[in-house]
Design a protein around this ligand. Structure first.
Ligand code: ADP
Ligand code: MG
Length: 729
């Protein structure tokens, strides 16, 4: 019965690092499979090139004729690189990427005139048979039409022998069915609002771009071992397994030397990333055994989101070549750290200024403070929405589990900026005297050091931390599509900046204040209003949970509770006002996320029930029978005295029976709880039932299974153990 585990272990014993083909220098190969500026200049006519650039930078429409020319150039470029197929590449709400490949190849109806064809209409729009993607009730299945439309702001790329064209995915009636559409809307909203605010400081600013640099954490497990575990195969995590005698307690993995098999995997992956124009830069071991991290240079947010989605796919494919499986799950193993995906976020102007980077002059620092304080205000006002943006069944395992930020959203800013805010809070109300203004500019705003990095990077427990020249949203889960978090962050920022502008203008026009007086006045009020969201202490502590409750901050520990904020009146109004999601879209997304939660827990429940009953119990009985035989033998030899000789064996027999009883009865209970939950017609109620009636039984069942793992003979234990999953590499 346990042969699968041992076969897998034997397979791993013969593993050698897989050789990686050396490519040319990174700077030379970077982006060679991307239809980037260089390729476009080479393959497009000047008019076609200009049309793409203008669409990319200003969102202008591309007319049909030019689309034909662009498609022609794109096809020639792709064919020159051996490409045979093309696909509209999109990010449906399943959390993965989707593609349906079509060959360029075409013939006449009688099979004559074979040619490679790709026209403007195929580039711009497609109608995949989309009836099986989640839509939250927007599309009736009888009218299951959704279509994909080209997003010229993210360049086409070649993966394998397929030309991939990044697209949005929308219903026939125009509602967003993917992650990208609302993200693009949020980015455009923040561009507009931030550009207007920048006008206070620099009239030359015409565009503001949100920037994102993600840091992807992941686990690598030997492919054979991963395949030997039904839970990893079906749910991406272990649902049971006793912790290894050695875990991460020695801290000997973090930043340690990278094992050769893994290093070769990373090199191979980096080569692929280079060809695809994903600017990966950093690689290292993470805290848990077999846990690693990869981070790129930051990019424009939409492109960065696409690159992260693409990367997650590429990581898995490259892993196959190296006999690894990548676990993107937020908590693949109990007892060691889980994985996150920090989202480093900022905004940059088309004049090259990072709006969250302190400057060298008082005026540029006032601009920095404006964006900095407005971010704090945005998070303060919409903290529940920020929490909701990272809510998933898998991320629930991490938040608040003493290894990742808590489910309470707060903002960390560091000592120096705390002092600056305290000084600004003292600014007089109304018009400032010339002396006060000079003093402020020289001694407060003027003295913000341009290197804040060292001072700000210390608190690792904060979910939303200022780290010198950007905010780092640390509570995002490793398996998440960053678009979710980025859509919310940019939407609330856009709204906040719009409101700020209105308030400042009202003071300038209504009270005849000077521009910087008005700005100081509004910022001062914001500092007073938003204190509750600022927290510099230990986010993992119980004291903080108590304190946060007093401050009125939310602490939604589970996804069903957290998600509600996405359809609160204020959230719906916000999405509507900024044009990010209309009511139908927002409600549909809420429904989809609840359903996803339900399905995830349902699948985990089924898999756990199966493993517990069909693998663990039979193994425990086999082992128990061996001991029973042994006790019978002892009785034969020792007669009346046998009880003292067989005492320990008998106690093990009883212990095993106890665990079997627990497992069996709890699996029955869990199945009943699932049935009840499934009978509920409202997704909200069903998600709640899965969360509070079904899921808690996982722990009870697991505990007895894990105890049995410690009791039963290793030679017959069928499930690959933690020490094997975590330490073989
Ligand atoms: P570290 O934290 O490793 O010392 P950095 O703070 O420079 O290094 O960067 C961490 C991550 O933040 C990187 O992925 C980087 O690309 C990203 N990052 C740096 N500056 C910005 C910015 N202005 N906007 C968005 N992301 C940024
Ligand atoms: Mg970081």
């Amino acid at each position: 019965m346990s042969t699968f585990r041992f076969e897998a272990l034997k397979e791993t014993a013969g593993r050698k690092p897989v050789e990686v083909k050396e490519l040319d220098r990174k700077s030379i190969i970077f982006g060679s499979n991307v239809f980037n500026d260089k390729a476009m200049r080479q393959f497009l006519t000047p008019e076609a090139y200009k049309a793409v650039k203008s669409a990319e930078q200003h969102g202008t429409k591309i007319d049909r004729k030019l689309a034909d020319y662009i498609a022609m150039g794109m096809k020639e470029w792709a064919l020159s690189k051996g490409v045979t197929h093309y696909t509209h590449w999109f990010q449906p709400l399943t959390g993965t990427t989707a593609e349906k490949h079509d060959a360029f190849f075409e013939t006449s109806f009688d099979g004559s005139d074979p040619v490679e064809k790709f026209g403007g209409s195929q580039l711009v729009q497609q109608e995949p048979d989309a009836s099986s993607f989640p839509n939250g009730g927007i599309r009736n299945t009888f009218e299951a039409r959704g279509y994909t439309a080209w997003d010229p702001t993210s360049p086409a790329f070649i993966y394998g022998t397929t030309l991939c064209i990044p697209t949005v995915f929308i219903s026939y009636t125009g509602e967003a069915l993917d992650y990208k559409t609302p993200l693009l809307r949020a980015l455009s909203a923040v561009d507009e609002a931030a550009t207007e605010v920048c006008q206070y400081f620099d009239k030359n600013v015409k565009k503001v771009t949100a920037t994102l640099g993600w840091e992807q954490e992941y686990f690598l497990v030997d492919a054979a071992l991963a395949a030997s575990r039904p839970d990893i195969t079906l749910t991406g995590r272990t649902l049971l397994g006793h912790s290894s005698a050695k875990g991460q307690q020695l801290d000997d993995h973090y930043f340690g030397s990278i094992p050769t098999r893994v290093l070769n995997y990373m090199r191979d992956l980096e080569n692929e990333c280079m060809l695809l124009g994903i600017p990966v830069k950093t690689r290292h071991n993470e805290v848990a055994p077999n846990q690693f991290e990869l981070a790129p240079i930051f990019e424009e947010a939409n492109l960065a989101v696409d690159h992260n989605s693409l990367l997650m796919d590429v990581m898995q494919k490259v892993a196959e070549r190296h006999n690894f499986k990548v676990l993107m799950h937020e908590k693949p193993f109990a007892g060691v750290n889980g994985s996150g995906k920090h989202n480093n976020w900022s905004m940059a102007t088309d004049t090259g200024v990072n709006l969250l980077g302190p400057g060298k002059t008082p005026m540029s620092n006032l601009q920095f403070l404006t964006f900095f304080i407005n971010t704090i205000k945005a998070v303060y006002t919409y903290e529940e929405l920020v929490r909701a943006s990272i809510a998933t069944a898998s991320n629930d395992h991490r938040l608040g589990a003493n290894e990742a930020p808590p489910a309470i959203i707060s903002v960390f800013i560091g000592d120096q900026l705390t002092k600056v805010l305290a000084e600004l809070e003292g600014v007089s109300s109304g018009k400032l005297s010339p002396e006060e203004k000079t003093d402020l500019k020289l001694n407060v705003v003027g003295k913000i050091p341009d290197v804040l990095l060292d001072n700000t990077d210390r608190n690792r427990t904060s979910p939303f931390a200022f780290t010198g020249n950007k905010f780092e949203f640390r509570a995002v889960g490793s398996s998440a599509n960053c678009a979710n978090a980025m859509t919310i962050v940019n939407t609330i920022m856009a709204k906040q900046l719009k409101d700020f502008k209105k308030e400042v203008d009202a003071l300038i026009e209504g009270k005849e204040m000077k521009k910087d007086d008005a700005i100081f006045n509004v910022l001062r009020e914001y500092i007073k209003q938003t204190k509750a969201i600022l927290f510099e202490g230990d986010g993992y502590s119980d004291a903080w949970a108590e304190e946060a409750a007093k401050r009125g901050l939310s602490n939604h520990k589970t996804t069903p509770e957290a998600l509600k904020a996405k359809v609160s009146e204020s959230a719906l109004a916000l999405f509507e006002e900024l044009g990010v999601l209309n009511h139908v879209e927002a409600e549909a997304r809420y429904e989809i996320e609840l359903e996803e939660y339900i399905k995830k827990i349902q699948i985990e429940g089924r898999v756990l029930g199966d493993i517990a009953r069909n693998h663990v119990i039979p193994t425990a009985i086999r082992y128990q029978n061996i001991i029973i035989e042994n006790v019978k033998g002892l009785k034969e030899i020792f007669g009346a005295e046998f009880e003292s000789v067989a005492k320990e064996q008998i106690s093990i027999i009883k212990e095993i029976s106890g665990h079997i009883a627990t497992i069996n009865s709890k699996v029955v209970e869990m199945t009943e709880a699932r049935k009840k939950a499934n009978a509920l017609t409202s997704s909200e109620e069903a998600a709640h039932a899965y969360c509070f009636e079904v899921k808690p039984l996982f722990d009870v069942i697991r505990k007895s299974c894990d105890k049995l793992e410690l009791l039963v003979d290793d030679e017959i234990w069928p499930l690959t153990k933690y020490r094997e999953l975590l330490f073989i590499r």
